[in-house]
Write a protein that binds this ligand. Structure first.
Ligand code: NAP
Length: 488
């Protein structure tokens, strides 16, 4: 994206970084946060760098001892209070989220509730961290295995879920006694700062949550060259993930990497087409197709291919595109001009290679005064593996459909890419459902279902989609060190 820096922004709309419970400036330029639907300035945040990143680690490091020593109940109560505060301030938070990110207000409200669910879940999970006591090889020895917090953990998050990506990392980390430093995405730092402010209001001690904004490379580099940072949890692109892996080598900083995906959907001949269409619709077009688990390619058994495609076409044609704050809108703008360029390239490429556009396929101007950043929800028939849309994450409201004849062919197509985040299958046969779930080489599989990310489940990918899991007890384990104590 093109970063816009201002030296003299509107002082009433500056959201400062939050370090050690205090709002801090970076003493230089400010990053302009724009409404992707109108290009209006929504606010400004400091353009911080290594100094701010280090100050945040200083604060988190100083806060670690007392926070770790606090009881799990104390930490759980604060997490629950923050969840409650987020529910109480849903309208303000959702409004900020829609303004900076673009998704429809109804989706933004759901994201706030979803984000709060990680706080509630982790609050309980943090109270149940347990060790083990075991006999050893020699009869006079015993082994005690304890689980302890890591220390200061860093989080770097993307723009597509400005609230949920933050709580999904911070909640489990804090619940088990770690302190945190966070850098939200350039496009959507205001929601992150608003949540951190609420954390201060509900009583989180200074230094437990620190949020810095600014130069991603300098901040990331600073944290990975600081031995006090014991873990970095990153959600974003595979490209940046790779860079962080190299930089983490210095101190062998632990990493969790939630990276890009390219989700396939397999619709078998015995599928309930109504369920399949409704599920694919909600997963594909929420957030204008800008989610890492959204379906990109649908493989449909040839015998039900036309039935599926025509139902999808009618459902897509009913979607309303517009600004996220306008009433009745289902699909908002794309995040920036790079996103629009990528979607346009994928559409041009698909057409040139023979895809048939059943609906959409072009940019739209929902009403005067809006930016040229809206894409009509699109259905491509005749997707082939050579097309860019079938190989690269489109990150837009474009869905390609391809017919298949055999289960083996469908599985081979689904597994063909180097990504392994989410995959979906629709079938009424239990034996087939389980066989397919086992065969799909992905970290997340939805069977007759596309709502796959919840506070309870394990979220994460295989192959180029990353390492580690978020959510459930697995998300908590990512923030614990195992220590084995042998007793003579
Ligand atoms: P991105 O460019 O990788 O950015 C993600 C975060 O990394 C942002 O905070 C960004 O900061 C930061 N960053 C950029 N360059 C960096 C560097 N050199 N060092 C340290 N941090 C750096 O990804 P994106 O375009 O925002 O997000 C879309 C991608 O995220 C997609 O591939 C999507 O699939 C993936 N994603 C994955 C999941 C998942 O759970 N698997 C969830 C959501 C999204 P700036 O914003 O300041 O550049």
């Amino acid at each position: 994206m093109t970063v816009t820096l201002d030296r003299t922004p509107n002082p009433d709309r500056i959201a400062l970084a939050l370090v050690n419970g205090v709002r801090v400036d970076a003493g230089g330029d400010y990053l302009r946060v724009s409404d992707p639907g109108t290009d209006e300035a929504v606010g400004w945040v400091p353009w911080g760098g290594a100094d701010q990143a280090r100050a945040a680690v200083d604060a988190a490091s100083a806060a670690f001892g007392p926070w770790r020593a606090a009881t799990p109940d104390f930490r759980a109560n604060l997490l629950r209070r923050l969840a409650l505060a987020m529910h109480e301030h849903t309208e303000t938070l959702a409004h900020t989220l829609t303004r900076e990110q673009g998704k429809p207000l109804t989706e933004a409200r759901s994201e706030i509730a979803y984000a709060a669910s990680f706080l509630d879940w982790s609050a309980e999970e943090g109270r149940r961290v347990a060790g083990e006591y075991m006999t050893a090889a020699a009869s006079h020895r015993r082994i005690l295995v304890m689980r302890q917090p890591l220390g200061v953990v860093a989080a770097i998050t993307p723009w597509n879920f400005p609230a949920a990506m933050i709580t999904r990392k911070l909640a489990p980390a804090l619940a088990v006694g770690n302190t945190a430093v966070l850098k939200p995405a350039e496009q959507s730092p205001l929601t992150a700062l608003a949540i951190a402010e609420l954390a201060c209001v509900v009583g989180f001690p200074p230094g437990v949550i620190n949020v810095v904004t600014g130069d991603p490379d300098a901040i990331g580099q600073s944290w990975l060259s600081d031995a006090r940072v014991r873990k970095l949890s990153f959600t974003g692109s595979t490209e940046v993930g790779r860079l962080l892996v190299q930089r983490a080598a210095t101190h062998l900083t632990r990493l969790s990497l939630e990276l890009g995906g390219h989700a396939p959907v397999v619709v078998f001949d015995d599928a309930d087409l109504e369920v399949a269409v409704a599920s694919v619709m909600s997963a594909k077009f929420r957030n204008a197709g800008q989610t890492c688990v959204c379906p990109n390619r649908v493989y449909v058994h040839r015998s039900v291919h036309e039935a599926f495609v025509s139902r999808m076409q009618s459902a897509i044609a009913r979607l309303v595109v517009g600004h996220g704050l306008d009433a009745g809108v289902n699909v908002g703008p794309l995040i920036d001009d790079d996103a629009i360029a990528k979607v346009t390239e994928h559409l041009d490429d698909a057409r040139a290679r023979g895809a048939v556009v059943r609906t959409g396929g072009h940019l739209v101007q929902p009403r005067p005064g809006l930016a040229r950043r809206f894409c009509a929800p699109t259905l491509l028939e005749g997707l082939t593996s050579e097309m860019r849309a079938a190989r690269e994450e489109t990150f837009g409201p474009v869905l390609g459909v391809q017919a298949f004849d055999t289960e083996a062919e469908a599985i081979a197509l689904a597994n063909a890419l180097p990504y392994g985040l989410a995959a979906y299958a629709f079938t009424r046969g239990l034996d087939r459902a389980l066989r397919v779930a086992e065969a799909l080489d992905f970290g997340i599989v939805g069977l007759n279902e596309t709502t796959v990310s919840t506070a309870q489940s394990a979220f994460g990918g295989t192959k180029l989609s990353g390492w580690g899991r978020e959510g459930g007890k697995w998300g908590v384990e990512e923030f614990l060190e195992i220590k084995s104590v042998t007793i003579g």
